[in-house]
Design a protein around this ligand. Structure first.
Ligand code: PXG
Length: 453
C-alpha cells in the first residue's frame, strides 16, 4: 500500500493517526517517517532510502523481514481456520501446539501457557493470576507485587503500574494499589564506591528490605526484566540475579521474569532466565514469540502455580484473541525456525561475541562513557566528560540529536535519555554488524560536532 507522496502520507497521518508514546503536536510539525517495506535486516522509507534496522522493529523482528515460511504459515492458517476462540471448552490445533512447543523450549517447571495479544496483556494476566493464586491458597492478603524503578512492563493500567516509569505514572492516576518499586541495578549511574559485584548484591538486597518493610506475608511476587530494555538496556551485575533468586526462595514469593524482550534468543539463550540461571514461576512473553509478524503474547506458568489455580474454580480472565489461531500458527513457525536453524546457538557462539567486540571499540570515543552489550542488545552512554561521567545538558538532548543523525546515516537506534540503544535482528551477519558499528561511530562523531556547536 504505497503510491502516495511522503508529504501526502504525512499530512493524512498528522490529521488522523494518534501514534503511541508520541507528542502529537511536535510530530505533526516534524512529520513522521513513512516506512513502506522491509527485507532482511533493512527497512525502506517511502522515498526508497534503505535503513539498517538496529531495533528489530521494536525489539521483535528477530528473524528479520520477509521470511516466507512465516507468511505461508499465516496464509495456510487463514484458509483453514482464521479465527476461533478458546473459551467455552473449545481449543484448536495451533494454540495447543504452541503451548506444547513452549513447554518444550522453556525450563522443566514451566509446562502451562496462557495466551494474550501482547506483552502488556501478559503482565496484566500476571497481576490477576498471582493474586488469585494466593487467594486460592488461603492467603488473600498476599497482594503486593514488587517491581523496579525504570522497569517497563507495558502500557495497560496494570502493566504500566508494574512498570517503574515516572512519566507513565504521571498520567491517568497510576500506579494501581499494591505495587512497590525498588531501585534498579544500573551500575553506570552508581556514584558510590561499591564494586560491580557488591553493587549487584546491594541492589538485590533492596528487595529483601522492601519485603521486610511491607511484611513478607503480604507479598505475592517480584517481577523484573532479565536485562531492562526500554529503560535503557540496563545489564545487571552478574551477582544480582542469583541473590534475587535466593531472596524469593527464602520468602516463598513468586518470581516473575518478564521475557518480552529477552525471550526467544536475544541474550544468546532461549530465555533471559536461562542466561542468568534463575527459575521463574511465571514468564510473560510476546514480541519475538512470532518474530513480530503477528501480535501474540502469553505467560508461561509453572506446575506449582497451575496446580494452585486448578483448585480455584473458574479463573475469570481472558481475551477474545487469547491463542488466536493465525497468530499461534505463525508463532509455532517462528519458534521452529529458531530451533531448526540453531539461531539461538549462533547468537551465543558467534554473533553476540562479534557484536560485543565491535561495540566495545565505541567506548574509545570522546563522548562515550560506556559501551555495553549482552547478547544482541547494546547501549552507549553519552557523556560530556569521560572522567566524571557528567552528562550533556539539557537531559535527553544529546540522545535525541544522536538518534536523528543515526537515521540520516542509515541506521535505526533508539535513545533513552542519554543513551543510545540497539537490539538488531538475531539473523544479522558479521558484515551487517560492521555496517551498524561504522554508522554508529560516524553518528557519534557528528553528534560530538553538533554538541560543540
Ligand atoms: N514487557 C517488556 C519487558 C517490554 O519491553 C512489554 C512488556 C509490553 O509489551 P506490548 O506488547 O504490550 O508492547 C514490553 C514492550 C521502547 C518500547 O520504546 C518497548 C516496548 C514497547 C514499546 C516501546 O523501547 N516494550
Amino acid at each position: 500500500m504505497s503510491g502516495r507522496s511522503t508529504k501526502d502520507w504525512q499530512t493524512a497521518d498528522a490529521a488522523h493517526y494518534l501514534h503511541p508514546f508520541t507528542d502529537f503536536k511536535s510530530l505533526a510539525a516534524k512529520g513522521s517517517r513513512i516506512i513502506t517495506r522491509a527485507d532482511g535486516v533493512y527497512i525502506y522509507d517511502n522515498d526508497g532510502n534503505q535503513i539498517l534496522d538496529g531495533m528489530s522493529g521494536l525489539w521483535c523482528v528477530n528473524l528479520g523481514y520477509g521470511r516466507q515460511e512465516l507468511i505461508d504459515a499465516a496464509t495456510a492458517q487463514m484458509h483453514e481456520l482464521p479465527f476461533y476462540n478458546s473459551f467455552f471448552q473449545c481449543a484448536h490445533p495451533p494454540a495447543i501446539r504452541l503451548a506444547e512447543l513452549l513447554s518444550e523450549i522453556t525450563q522443566p517447571q514451566l509446562n502451562h501457557a496462557f495466551f494474550t495479544g501482547s506483552g502488556s496483556e501478559a503482565n496484566d494476566t500476571v497481576i490477576r493470576m498471582v493474586r488469585h493464586y494466593w487467594t486460592v491458597l488461603g492467603q488473600p492478603q498476599r497482594k503486593i507485587i514488587i517491581s523496579r524503578i525504570n522497569a517497563y512492563h507495558g502500557s495497560t493500567v496494570g502493566a504500566a503500574s508494574l512498570g517503574g516509569m515516572a512519566a507513565q505514572h504521571g498520567q491517568g492516576g497510576l500506579p494501581i494499589p499494591g505495587v512497590e518499586h525498588i531501585p534498579q541495578p544500573y551500575y553506570f549511574e552508581h556514584d558510590g564506591n561499591l564494586s560491580e559485584h557488591e553493587f549487584g548484591i546491594e541492589c538485590a538486597r533492596e528487595l529483601e528490605r522492601r519485603i521486610e518493610s511491607v511484611g513478607p506475608d503480604n507479598v505475592a511476587a517480584f517481577i523484573a526484566e532479565p536485562v531492562q530494555g526500554a529503560g535503557g538496556v540496563i545489564v545487571p551485575p552478574d551477582s544480582y540475579w542469583p541473590e534475587i533468586q535466593r531472596i524469593c526462595d527464602r520468602h516463598g514469593i513468586l518470581l516473575v521474569v518478564d521475557e518480552v524482550i529477552c525471550g526467544f534468543g536475544r541474550l544468546g539463550a532461549w530465555f533471559g532466565a536461562d542466561h542468568y540461571g534463575v527459575k521463574p514461576d511465571l514468564m510473560p512473553m510476546a514480541k519475538g514469540m512470532s518474530s513480530g509478524y503477528l501480535p501474540i503474547g502469553g505467560v508461561m506458568v509453572s506446575d506449582r502455580v497451575a496446580e494452585g489455580l486448578a483448585e480455584g474454580g473458574e479463573f475469570f480472565h481472558g481475551f477474545t484473541y487469547s491463542g488466536h489461531p493465525t497468530c499461534a500458527a505463525v508463532a509455532v513457525k517462528a519458534i521452529e525456525i529458531l530451533r531448526d536453524e540453531k539461531i539461538v546457538e549462533r547468537v551465543h557462539d558467534d554473533v553476540a561475541p562479534y557484536l560485543a567486540a565491535r561495540w566495545a571499540t565505541l567506548a574509545e570515543h570522546p563522548i562515550v562513557g560506556e559501551a555495553r552489550t549482552r547478547g544482541l542488545v547494546g547501549a552507549i552512554e553519552l557523556v560530556a566528560d569521560k572522567g566524571t561521567k557528567a552528562r550533556f545538558q539539557p537531559k535527553g538532548k544529546a540522545g535525541e540529536i544522536a538518534r536523528d543523525l543515526a537515521v540520516k546515516n542509515g541506521v535505526v537506534m533508539r535513545h533513552v535519555n542519554e543513551s543510545l540503544i540497539i537490539a538488531p535482528p538475531l539473523v544479522i551477519s558479521r558484515a551487517q554488524i560492521d555496517e551498524l558499528v561504522d554508522k554508529a561511530s560516524k553518528t557519534l562523531d557528528q553528534t560530538h560536532a553538533a554538541l560543540r556547536g
